[in-house]
Each structure stands twice: as structure tokens, then as C-alpha cells.
Write a protein that binds this ligand. Structure first.
Ligand code: PLP
Length: 395
């Protein structure tokens, strides 16, 4: 006997489970190295050596009750100060530890933010394609997720459609840049127009609309691309960040929330988000990892590795005639299915031991996502299969 709210989640879980099971089945038959699994966003790059060193040093140097004890629900003050100072150096801001709440990755950052600001029945808007977990997160607080259809020309947010979907019920908008699943970075022009639209609606509503910037891929940008700092554009922006991808630490569950002083009623928002962290049962972000982050705040994983993978995969696939969005950031390649039913295409790819995720898993059918956070060998070895797949579809 499970709760009504869990039933749709349980029903949808089967698609994800099937994908896992199919991968395991193929690997069992053909061997790990002969299955080209582009389905998961689990980084293949090792965390920087500095992280390993910091873990050991902290265990040797810091008192055990500090390393393993409770601290403020917002996190260690010293860690939050290090995060604030790092942001200030990079973005010319003037945050203090007060503006930072350490989180249990981006997933919990989003949940804490939504719990902090959302009333039942209020709407949260996001842009297709999108990370499907947003739906579950918004429903956790009895909100409604409203999805703006994709602009399939640019995969920047479709702002004309967005304008029409805003209403007096809109409480928040979630954006994600660099973007999963398209690899697009939202441009300066996009963010400026998005801001103008939001300000107009905010004035009409007479209450704030929060822009939630979900940023687990902030550091993964290629060809020197700049990822704009969203709070510079729109005052009521709250940032959810994660070290899952930038430091290859997804299992460690560490990230942070930024609530700048410019956010409407910021003192209450900061207090409420700190309490949300507690009452949702996280209590605080993992203590050892907070101390690691404090020592390694400006470390990054090997971005050149992903850039190399991106170049190989993009050049290889477009060379075969597939239509792809050239990723500017993150580690996903978004490819148009040669047939309208992308699930059929995903099935056909399995004949060549290639695993991809259908676009309908991101509310955008007709496309597929390839996660290229895999070994370079996987990409090279998959090329023969992709060539045959292209032939099969007459490309
Ligand atoms: N948001 C997006 C767009 C993601 O792709 C992911 C993970 O893949 C998350 C949030 C959750 O990240 P975390 O592991 O930090 O919870």
C-alpha cells in the first residue's frame, strides 16, 4: 500500500529500470568493452588528486568531532566562506557565508529551494527538453510543473511560448545551463530577454517569481565558452550548484545553494532554506566533503578529457550524416533521430550494442541523448556500429 503521490513515480520507474537491465544483459553476453553505453551521466574522469589528498589530510589533521560532527544546518561557516569568496573572485560579486547553504548535491538543492518558496497549486515553469526529475521535485511540494515546448532550431529556451505560459500562478522558473540533455549554454541574449519577460510578469503578479538556476555543469564549458552568472541578470535568482560533475563526486552528494541579498525577502528565504535542509531530514550536507570542498574550492576535473570525447563523437556522428547539436558544455550530445519515433531508433542501435536515451525521457521526442562521460576507447570502438546504424537508415 503506497501513497497516491508515489504511484506515477513507481509506474515511470520501469523505463529507467529497463534501460539498466538491458545494459547489464548486453554486457553479460558481449562483455563490458563491447557494449557502448552512452546512457548514464556518471563521470568516467577520476576526481582531481587534490581531493584524495585533502580527504587524507583532513582525517589526519582535523579533530574527529569536527570532521564527523553536526554543525550549523547551513554547513560549516568556513566552507561557506570559501565558496562565497570563490564566487566573488570569479563573478565580481560580494557574497558572504550568509548567502551560501551547503547542500546534498543539486538534487537536494532544488528540493530545498522548492520547499522554501512553493505553495500548493503554484506553478513552476521549465523548458523542454529537461531533466525529468524536476517533475517529481515540484510535486513533492504539491506544485505543478509547466513545460515550455522546445525551440528545436536552437535549443535555447523558447521564450515566445514561455511568455504565454506565465501566469499569476507562476512562482518559479527552473533553468539549467550548461544544459542536460542538449549541451547548450544559455546565451547572454536569452538571459536578457528571459529577465525582461520575468520582470514584467513579476510586476503584474505583485509577488516575486524566483528564477532557479540549476548548475551542476557550470565548469564544463568548451572552446572557451563563457557561462553567464545568472544572478547578474535577474535579481530574484537562486542558484543550485553541485560538485557531482565538476569534481566527479556524484556519490558523495555535495553542492551548495546561493541566495544573494538582492533576492526579495532574502533574510527569510535564507532562514527558511536552512530550516528546509533540516526538516527534510538531510540536517546538513556531508561534513567530510564540506571540509574537502573548503580546501579544494577551485579544483576542477580534467575538462580536456570531455572536450576530446565531444570532438570525437560529434565529428564522427556528423560525419556519418547524423544531425547533432554541437555541445558547448556539459557532457551530453543531443542527436536528431533519423525517424520520428526515436524509441525505434534507440531499439535499432541496440543491435550494434549502442545504448542511448530516448528524447521522450526529457519530454522531447524525436531526439536521443548520448552521455559522453565514458572512456575515449568506448567512443572510438562505437564508431563502427554508428556507421552501420547510419547505413541502416540510409544516411
Ligand atoms: N540537474 C541536472 C540537470 C542534472 O543533470 C543532474 C544530474 O545528472 C542533477 C540536477 C542532480 O545532480 P546531483 O547529483 O548533484 O544531485
Amino acid at each position: 500500500m503506497i501513497a497516491e503521490k508515489m504511484k506515477p513515480l513507481v509506474a515511470n520507474n520501469s523505463a529507467v529500470r529497463e534501460m539498466f537491465e538491458e545494459g547489464a544483459r548486453l554486457k553479460g553476453i558481449y562483455g563490458d568493452e563491447n557494449v557502448y553505453d552512452f546512457s548514464l551521466g556518471n563521470p568516467n574522469v577520476a576526481p582531481p588528486q587534490a581531493i584524495m589528498n585533502a580527504i587524507i589530510d583532513i582525517l589526519n589533521e582535523e579533530p574527529a568531532n569536527r570532521v564527523h560532527g553536526y554543525m550549523s544546518n547551513a554547513g560549516f561557516e568556513t566552507t561557506r566562506y570559501a565558496v562565497a569568496e570563490s564566487l566573488n573572485r570569479r563573478f565580481g560579486t560580494s557574497y558572504t557565508e550568509h548567502n551560501i547553504i551547503m547542500s546534498v548535491g543539486a538534487g537536494s538543492a532544488l528540493n530545498v529551494i522548492l520547499k522554501t518558496i512553493l505553495n500548493p497549486g503554484e506553478e513552476v515553469i521549465t523548458f523542454a527538453p529537461y531533466f525529468l526529475e524536476y517533475g517529481g521535485y515540484v510535486r513533492n511540494y504539491d506544485g505543478e510543473l509547466v513545460v515550455v515546448p522546445a525551440d528545436t532550431e536552437t535549443f535555447q529556451p523558447n521564450l515566445d511560448a514561455f511568455e504565454e505560459l506565465l501566469s499569476e500562478k507562476t512562482r518559479a522558473v527552473i533553468i539549467n545551463t550548461p544544459h542536460n540533455p542538449t549541451g547548450v549554454i544559455y546565451s547572454d541574449e536569452t538571459l536578457k530577454r528571459l529577465t525582461r519577460i520575468l520582470l514584467k510578469q513579476e510586476a503584474e503578479n505583485g509577488s516575486p517569481i524566483f528564477l532557479i538556476s540549476d548548475e551542476p555543469y557550470r565548469e564544463l564549458a568548451y572552446d572557451g565558452a563563457v557561462v553567464p552568472w545568472v544572478p547578474d541578470y535577474y535579481k530574484d535568482t537562486i542558484v543550485g550548484y553541485s560538485f557531482s560533475k565538476s569534481l566527479s563526486l556524484p556519490g558523495e552528494r555535495i553542492g551548495y545553494i546561493v541566495i544573494p541579498n538582492q533576492v526579495e525577502d532574502h533574510e527569510n528565504v535564507i532562514t527558511a532554506a536552512t530550516i528546509a535542509t533540516r526538516v527534510m531530514g538531510m540536517v546538513n550536507a556531508p561534513s567530510l566533503m564540506q571540509l574537502v570542498i573548503e580546501r579544494c574550492i577551485d579544483e576542477k576535473c580534467d575538462i580536456a578529457f570531455y572536450e576530446n570525447n565531444r570532438n570525437q563523437l560529434y565529428n564522427g556522428l556528423t560525419g556519418f550524416g547524423f544531425e547533432c547539436v554541437k555541445p558547448e558544455g556539459a557532457f551530453y550530445l543531443w542527436m536528431k533521430s533519423p525517424v520520428p519515433d526515436e524509441k525505434e531508433f534507440v531499439e535499432a542501435a541496440k543491435e550494434f550494442n549502442i545504448l542511448m536515451v530516448p528524447g521522450s525521457s526529457f519530454a522531447c521526442p524525436g531526439y536521443v541523448r548520448l552521455a559522453y562521460c565514458v572512456s575515449f576507447e568506448t567512443i572510438m570502438s562505437s564508431m563502427e556500429g554508428f556507421g552501420k546504424l547510419a547505413e541502416k537508415y540510409g544516411l
